[in-house]
Each structure stands twice: as structure tokens, then as C-alpha cells.
Design a protein around this ligand. Structure first.
Ligand SMILES: NC(=O)c1ccc[n+]([C@@H]2O[C@H](COP(=O)([O-])OP(=O)(O)OC[C@H]3O[C@@H](n4cnc5c(N)ncnc54)[C@H](O)[C@@H]3O)[C@@H](O)[C@H]2O)c1
Length: 418
């Protein structure tokens, strides 16, 4: 428990062994004071394979555990990184808290991937569970830790805002051609479509950019929100058939589509009554080289822009080059020929390295966590208000009535693409 004498190195256990856990493992190569010592996943073979990856990266003597409780009980595990699918978040958290409350283990921290939960009621339950066990917590939002976001935001505020006034408009966008695993496409499991899956990054990023460094995130108050969702590509018959062929009959976008495009405009109020705008859009219907994260911050005499596909490295392959499709150039890569940007170190570029280093230090007691489950709850609240606005077709004051009990039509399987 947190009252224990702080260890000098943090022993980390992963719940979940998929795409995201493996991304974090790449990032842990750049973290000096932590060891990845465990993985639990319902499929022991998958957990063992992720543990083997950790050992091969030389980031710790990781082993697979038969249960979450067993992993928590091991005194070499000091902190957990929750990277299971969205629909298992609460059950994972409940199992952890039961273990802690029954007196096993000595956890110092729990870090949870985005989104904290699928709706406000679940997110509040996550926060309540966390409070019950009195352990430090972190909300994993990598984009806030992306090196170029840190460098751009710091300099822009220090030079531009200091001499000409605070920024007034932030834009953020995350786009790719669609997720890699079937559960993401199923509204009832994932909690929604792309708005839930990727807007969680963008709503936090715009708020972060507009917030003065050093000031609390709550210094900007969201006052109005406008959301818009659409299925632009994947509900079209040939593409819906492609999804079913790739992911099984449970993914049927002719009957139960999720949105593959979402936009949100948030109006924020500063403590002295100024109005600021955060504008975000996300998409699973973007066909470009691969994943594109972008952001802008604009003020009276300055601006910044970030685009991960402007990576500084382009490779060209003529039409004579043949090979298997892969993701060796960029995440969610769509092509292997022509001029292709390469993101050379994705775990660094997308912010995972700084993020994991920060939360390790926070759980070792060296820093205050920059993002906690409370931030995760606030993000979920904004997302649910955006769905509410999209369903009603109008701008809403934030927080709108009924937010706590709201479940998006997409998550209920009741949304119609047209
Ligand atoms: N920060 C980011 O940019 C980012 C990127 C990808 C995913 N994520 C988030 O990370 C989480 C995992 O996504 P992913 O892409 O790794 O998905 P994935 O499908 O690739 O992997 C999910 C893993 O969870 C395991 N699992 C299945 N049932 C489980 C259960 N009941 N309890 C715990 N684990 C279980 C699976 O075996 C698998 O190892 C999601 O919440 C997702 O939103 C974040």
C-alpha cells in the first residue's frame, strides 16, 4: 500500500497483453527506474507472449500470472497498468480492489488507459473504487506527453502568450482507417464509435493546450458543447461486408453501425470570463499513409501546428517493389508503395515514453501525477455530453441534465447511420 517505504525501482504489472500493452513495453525501454515484472490477460498464452516480449526488450523479468489477484499479491509488483479492452475495465478494477482490500500485495499506483470507462456512471464507479483503496492513480493520455506538444506548448506560452495574450483557439485531430480488433467496432463493448475511442485524446489535448502551464486544468471551465457524429464510410454496403468478413458476424454495420466520424466544439471560460474554443475531429474513415495525429494552438500574435505524418523521414518505393503489408513505416499503415512517411520511433513520438516515465516517477513518490482518474472522468463527461448533443442535434450547456445516466444510442445498438 502507499504508506510503505518507497522502493527505488517500480515493479510494473500489465493487465491486458494486446496492442496497447506492447506499445507501452516499447516505451519502457526509455524508463530507467522501472521493471516490467508481470502480465495478466485471460488468455495465458497471450500473457506469456507479452511477458516474453518484455524479457526480450530487457525491460524486466516479466512473467505471466494466472489471475489479477496473484499478480497483485506478488510483492515484486508495485503498480499496475490497465490496458484491457474497455468492456473489462470495471471488472478488472473490481478484482484489483478486492485483492487490495483483502490485504494482499502492496500496490503503490494504478495507471489506466483511455477511456477511463464507457460512460459517466461507469467512470464514477472507477473513481469510487480507486478512492476506496487509497492508492495513487494515473490516467494514461499519451498525447499530452508527446515531445513536440510539450516543446510547442511550453515555448508558445512562454514567448507568444507572455507578450501578446493567452491563446484562444486549439484544434486537435486523430484519424486512421479503423481499429485493429473486433471489440472496438462493437458499440456495446467499446462504449461507442470513434467519438468514444479517439475523441478522448483530442478533447483533453485542446484543453491542455489552452491551459496556462502550471495552472490547474480545472482553471478552464467547459461551458457549452456541440457534437456531431456520422458514419461516412463503414455503413456503406461493400465496406460493411468487409468489416463482417474481417471481424465476424457480430460486427454488422448494416444493422448496428458505430460512427466513424465525430466532431466536437467546446467553449471554455477562463477565470476572468474570456471565451476560448476547442475544436476537435476524429475519424476511422481517413485513408492516408496511416495514423495522423495533429493539433494547432492559435493566439493573437502566434500559432503552432503539429502533424505526426510530417515526420522528417520519407521513403519511396516504386511500383516494382513487392512485399507483404505491414505497419513498419507507421501505425495503421495503408500502403507500401510510393512516397511514404515513416515515424521512426512511435513510442516516443506519440508520447508513451514521457508518459510512462512520468507515471513511474509519480508512483515512486517523486512527482505529483499530472493526470488522474478524475481527469479521466472529466473526459468521459465531455464525450457523453458530445454524444447527447449529436443525438439532439443542438449545442448544450455543460454539464447537460441527465449526463450521469446517459448511454449513447451507438452503445445501445440503437443508432441509425441515416
Ligand atoms: N493511448 C492510445 O493511443 C491507445 C491505443 C490503443 C489502445 N488504447 C486503449 O488500450 C486498451 C487496450 O486496447 P488494445 O489496442 O491493446 O486492444 P487489444 O484488443 O489489442 O488488446 C486487448 C487485450 O486485453 C486482453 N483482454 C481480453 N479480455 C480481458 C479482460 N476481461 N480483462 C483484461 N484483459 C482482457 C486481450 O487478451 C488483449 O490482450 C483499450 O482501452 C484502448 O482504448 C489506447
Amino acid at each position: 500500500m502507499s504508506g510503505n517505504h518507497a522502493p527505488s525501482r517500480l515493479g510494473v504489472g500489465f493487465v491486458g497483453s494486446g496492442f496497447n500493452a506492447r506499445f507501452h513495453m516499447q516505451a519502457f525501454q526509455a524508463v530507467r527506474d522501472a521493471d516490467v515484472r508481470g502480465v495478466w490477460s485471460p488468455n495465458l498464452e497471450h500473457a506469456s507472449s507479452a511477458a516474453a516480449l518484455a524479457r526480450s526488450l530487457d525491460i524486466g523479468t516479466a512473467k505471466a500470472y494466472a489471475s489479477i489477484r496473484d499478480m497483485v499479491a506478488d510483492p515484486s509488483i508495485d503498480a499496475l497498468w490497465l490496458t484491457g479492452p474497455n468492456h473489462s475495465r470495471l471488472e478488472n478494477m473490481e478484482e484489483i480492489v478486492h485483492a487490495v482490500e483483502s490485504g494482499v500485495g502492496r500496490l503503490r499506483g494504478i495507471a489506466c488507459e483511455k477511456p477511463l470507462a464507457r460512460n459517466v456512471a461507469e467512470a464514477k464507479r472507477m473513481v469510487a473504487l480507486m478512492q476506496r483503496c487509497g492508492i495513487a492513480h494515473g490516467y494514461l493520455e499519451n498525447q499530452v506527453f508527446a515531445p513536440q506538444i510539450i516543446a510547442g506548448r511550453t515555448r508558445l506560452w512562454a514567448r507568444g502568450a507572455a507578450s501578446s495574450g493567452r491563446p484562444y483557439l486549439a484544434r486537435a485531430s486523430e484519424e486512421h482507417s479503423g481499429p485493429h480488433a473486433p471489440w472496438f467496432w462493437r458499440g456495446e463493448l467499446q462504449g461507442g464509435g470513434v467519438l468514444n475511442d479517439m475523441m478522448c485524446h483530442s478533447v483533453l489535448l485542446v484543453r491542455h493546450l489552452l491551459t496556462q502551464p502550471g495552472a490547474a486544468r480545472t482553471s478552464l471551465r467547459p461551458v457549452r458543447i456541440t457534437g456531431h457524429i456520422a458514419s461516412l464510410k463503414w455503413a456503406r454496403a461493400p465496406y460493411a461486408a468487409q468489416l463482417t468478413a474481417a471481424f465476424g458476424r457480430e460486427v454488422d454495420y448494416t444493422k448496428r453501425p458505430s460512427e466513424d466520424f465525430a466532431s466536437v466544439t467546446i467553449e471554455f471560460e477562463t477565470p476572468d470570463g474570456q471565451l476560448l474554443i476547442g475544436e476537435a475531429s476524429t475519424s476511422w474513415s481517413f485513408v492516408g499513409p496511416g495514423l495522423r495525429l495533429s493539433a494547432e494552438l492559435l493566439g493573437p500574435e502566434y500559432s503552432m501546428s503539429w502533424n505526426t505524418l510530417n515526420s522528417g523521414l520519407n521513403l519511396f518505393f516504386s511500383r516494382e517493389v513487392r512485399g507483404a503489408s505491414g505497419e513498419d513505416l507507421v501505425e495503421k499503415q495503408n500502403a507500401e508503395v510510393g512516397s511514404m512517411p515513416v515515424v521512426a520511433s512511435e513510442a516516443a513520438a506519440y508520447g508513451y515514453e514521457n508518459e510512462d516515465r512520468h507515471f513511474v516517477r509519480a508512483f515512486l513518490g517523486k512527482e505529483e501525477p499530472q493526470l488522474t482518474f478524475d481527469d479521466g472522468l472529466e473526459v468521459v463527461s465531455l464525450l457523453m455530453a458530445a454524444y447527447q448533443s449529436a443525438e439532439l442535434g443542438r449545442t448544450l450547456d455543460f454539464p447537460p441534465p441527465g449526463l450521469d445516466a446517459f448511454v449513447p444510442a451507438v452503445a445501445q445498438g440503437a443508432w441509425k447511420a441515416r
